[in-house]
Design a protein around this ligand. Structure first.
Ligand SMILES: *[C@@H]1O[C@H](CO)[C@@H](O)[C@H](O)[C@H]1NC(C)=O
Ligand SMILES: *[C@@H]1O[C@H](CO)[C@@H](O)[C@H](O)[C@H]1NC(C)=O
Ligand SMILES: *[C@@H]1O[C@H](CO)[C@@H](O)[C@H](O)[C@H]1NC(C)=O
Ligand SMILES: *[C@@H]1O[C@H](CO)[C@@H](O)[C@H](O)[C@H]1NC(C)=O
Ligand SMILES: *[C@@H]1O[C@H](CO)[C@@H](O)[C@H](O)[C@H]1NC(C)=O
Ligand SMILES: *[C@@H]1O[C@H](CO)[C@@H](O)[C@H](O)[C@H]1NC(C)=O
Length: 735
């Protein structure tokens, strides 16, 4: 694939080792899918966008292919996709509006990426003069990027932050502001948010061309635009290709327009509204249809009164069956998500489920999560969430070539059906998880113990997994915590594993397994309100050292007794020796610490050259006292319990590191490092750091490098696991 210069690593300092990279299959997505778009002209062509993990293309077997794995640490914000547009004229053209945050969490302006091969490769068509917020509030509205169906050189993009509407006449290469739009969307969710996250205007929510107003070869005259403003008109129309705009007459002003979808054969614009910006909020809303020729609105909200306790998000029209429409609740948090379908243009509706007699629900569907068996209700085994249909349902689409084929995105996955019209004949359809190939999880930590399952993960939002088989979706996620922050095994007794949770799901945020993660017991030595950070398990599994993430400093517990404070800096990197049960290590600032009394007390063992911020301590699973430390100053190795360190030549900065199986029997473990070794990337050394081979490549760059966990496999030479923030786990093998 051809990549623009900006996507290539700056320098390739050393030998490149050919690696094959695959996702460790979790299956089912594992995160919010804010947008799914079918191309209206080419049968079967569809794309899904995610808020932190890039874009995917649909395959004919219902699986998805990732398209943005070229994203690395220099362009990590490209994984935040705020809008996508697939070209109705030249269907191989695809555009993405990318950028992660509009606050200073993302220092870069947004950009428009362009593909002329359906996403097999992209170029930067334009860098925008403002930020784009793919992971900001309101990211499920849309699409705010649209291609003129009669003159596909013309694109409109609706920006955030009060920047308004932009137009390109040259396939997205250059953009000018359309300053005639009367309202750029002024609503902010929380004007006082100190993080500058909820106080930025969501801005323009959708741009929708009305193809019926024009003809091939010249700019389409009629365009609808929704904006997020409260108490004023917020849907506008242009009849002159975007030169001038007027508010639709007689519109409601109470709710925000999330979607505006044309039903061409009916001459209608359907609109879903919520009183929330999405994706988490919404307690009231409405659905309207607007008769384009008549210029009049009809309220077609499916429910009212006490049955209406949510707004509306996802909105689909069946292009093959005019008058058939569907709309998703945003959000029906209890007892489950809700979807409504009408075959008479919204005059009457039927629901996806109904109460028979409380608390029994009649479900007008059968349910399958065979492609991601961990998914279902209680998917993090907290026994608090029985939702099956989903939540955060901001996108709902019907295949324009197949009335039986529906897809919708939730906060956790994509669900879909291939027998949708059975809703009308029997009021019962088959609902399945249809996110195979989408790996959208945020990985917090990885371990590959020397025996038992080859990989265990600590994962954001969906707990984590024992990965018995790297290519098969796990049956269940790890219990107790929706986010697991850290995990470690005991070196001499590697079936013993400790894990820390990141919040209030359960009181005790430390959990211990003695059977390689098959079952877990809460550690009642940990107390409520203390969570997150890093854990280390002593070699014989009797002592847990915990650098908390909740501001409670470093704590220690032996034999599951109450955790007690340890005198170490709050930001210390920690690790256990994998052989010597009495030894723990820590590092902070330039100091490397050792404990020789199972973590009760620490003393400074040595100073790390050139270091102000140690990142990770990794200990040889086979040799006591053999320790590696990564830091902002490089990579360091000790064979005497940290009393002295040698500096690894050529490594100017290192983040996650790991040790794996040796190249030769009895040899020194392979060393893996996310590091700057004449260039930022992922490297392997088979000679204790003397020489390195780069193992990532232009098509596999794993997003932002600094927080990606990494682990070697102690049983398979060359194999490494890399966790990402939004693209799940990859495993790499020597090609
Ligand atoms: C973003 O665009 C603005 C407007 O052109 C410019 O002033 C600013 O320097 C840009 N920021 C970055 C990081 O390039
Ligand atoms: C919109 O404005 C009205 C009137 O000020 C207010 O009652 C309502 O809460 C606002 N809606 C939102 C979502 O803030
Ligand atoms: C709009 O008005 C026209 C003409 O009165 C009428 O035929 C049509 O049904 C109305 N449309 C809606 C959506 O109410
Ligand atoms: C819909 O079909 C499924 C599977 O056959 C069945 O379990 C369910 O009870 C049906 N729903 C209704 C309301 O009949
Ligand atoms: C384990 O560490 C302790 C404390 O440093 C030391 O006294 C002991 O010799 C070590 N044991 C082994 C087997 O290295
Ligand atoms: C010290 O670290 C800086 C980066 O933080 C690096 O540029 C420099 O080469 C390092 N010096 C040595 C002696 O390793």
């Amino acid at each position: 694939m051809i990549l623009p210069l900006s996507f290539l690593a700056a320098a390739l300092p050393c030998v490149l080792a050919a690696y094959t990279w695959k996702n460790v299959k979790i299956g089912g997505g594992g995160g919010f899918v804010p947008g799914i778009v079918f191309n209206p002209s080419e049968e079967g062509l569809a794309f899904a966008r995610t808020d932190i993990g890039g874009v995917y293309r649909l395959n004919s077997d219902d699986s998805w292919t990732p398209l943005t794995d070229f994203v690395g640490t220099d362009n990590w914000n490209v994984w935040g996709v705020d809008a996508l547009a697939t070209d109705p004229v030249e269907t191989e053209r695809l555009y993405l509006a990318v950028g992660m945050y509009t606050n200073d969490w993302d220092p870069n302006n947004g950009s428009i990426l362009r593909s002329t091969n359906k996403g097999d490769s992209f170029e930067v068509a334009a860098t925008l003069p403002f930020k784009v917020g793919g992971n900001m509030p309101g990211r499920g509205t849309g699409e705010r990027l649209a291609i003129d169906p009669h003159s596909n050189n013309i694109l409109f993009f609706g920006a955030r932050s009060g920047n308004g509407l932009y137009k390109s006449n040259d396939y997205g290469s250059t953009w000018t502001q359309v300053d005639s739009l009367p309202d750029v969307g002024t609503y902010v969710f929380d004007p006082n948010d100190a993080n500058n996250y909820n106080n930025d205007a969501v801005g323009v929510t959708f741009v929708t061309f009305d193809a019926s107003s024009g003809e091939s070869g010249s700019a389409t005259p009629r365009i609808f635009v929704g904006v997020m403003s409260n108490g004023t008109d917020n849907v506008f129309v242009s009849e002159d290709s975007g030169s001038s705009w007027s508010a639709l007459p007689g519109q409601q002003q109470t709710y925000f327009p999330h979607k505006g979808v044309i039903s061409p054969d009916e001459g209608l614009l359907y609109l879903s509204y919520s009183d929330g910006v999405g994706p988490y909020d919404g307690v009231l809303g409405a659905v309207y249809k607007y008769d384009i020729a008549g210029g009049n609105f009809t309220d077609i909200t499916p429910v009212s009164g006490s049955d209406l306790y949510f707004g509306f998000g996802g909105l689909a029209v069946d292009l093959k069956s005019p008058g058939t429409i569907m709309v998703a609740a945003l959000n029906s948090w209890w007892p489950d998500g809700q979807i409504y379908r009408s075959t008479d243009s919204g005059a009457t509706w039927s629901p996806f489920w109904a109460w028979v007699s409380y608390p029994t629900m009649e479900k007008y569907y059968s349910y399958s999560d065979s492609l991601a068996p961990w998914l279902g209700p209680n998917y993090v085994d907290l026994s608090v969430d029985n939702k099956q249909i989903g939540w955060m349902m901001e996108c709902l689409v019907i295949n324009p070539f197949d009335s039986d084929h529906m897809l919708y995105g939730t906060g956790a996955t994509i669900y879909g059906s291939h027998d949708l019209t059975r809703w009308d004949s029997e009021h019962n359809i088959s609902l399945s998880s249809m996110a195979d190939g989408i790996e959208e999880t945020a990985i917090q930590a990885l371990i590959s113990p020397p025996s038992g399952p080859s990989l265990l993960s600590a994962v954001g939002d969906i707990g984590g997994f024992v990965h018995e088989d790297l290519d098969t979706a796990p049956a269940a996620s790890l219990p107790d915590y929706s986010t697991s922050a850290s995990i470690d095994y005991a070196g001499n007794k590697p079936t013993n594993i400790v894990r820390v949770g990141n919040g209030g799901d359960t009181e005790q945020q430390i959990s211990i397994s003695t059977d390689s993660g098959a079952s877990w017991s809460l550690d009642y030595g940990s107390s409520s309100g203390v969570y997150g950070g890093k854990v280390a398990f002593s070699a014989d599994a009797d002592t847990v050292l915990w650098r908390t993430g909740s501001g409670n400093g470093v704590l220690r517990s032996q034999n599951t007794n109450a955790f007690a404070a340890v005198d170490l800096p709050d930001d210390a990197a920690i690790a256990s020796d994998k052989k010597n049960n009495t030894v723990f290590y820590a590092a902070s600032g330039s100091s490397f610490y050792i404990s020789e009394d199972t973590g009760s007390t620490f003393t400074v063992a040595s100073e790390l050259t050139n270091t102000t911020a140690p990142v990770q301590i990794v200990v040889n699973p086979d040799v006591a006292g053999d320790v590696w430390v990564s830091s902002d100053g490089g990579l360091f190795h000790s064979t005497d319990y940290g009393a002295t360190f040698s500096t690894i030549d050529g490594v100017t900065q290192a983040w996650s590191i790991g040790l794996g199986a040796a190249a030769t029997d009895g040899g020194y473990p392979a060393v893996f490092a996310a590091a700057n070794i004449g260039g930022v990337g992922y490297y392997r050394s088979d000679d204790e750091g003397a020489t390195w081979e780069q193992i990532d490549d232009a098509e596999h760059r794993f997003g932002a490098i600094s927080a990606n966990p990494l682990s070697g496999d102690p049983r398979v030479f060359g194999r490494v696991y890399i966790g990402t923030n939004g693209r799940g786990i990859f495993y790499g093998d020597i090609a």
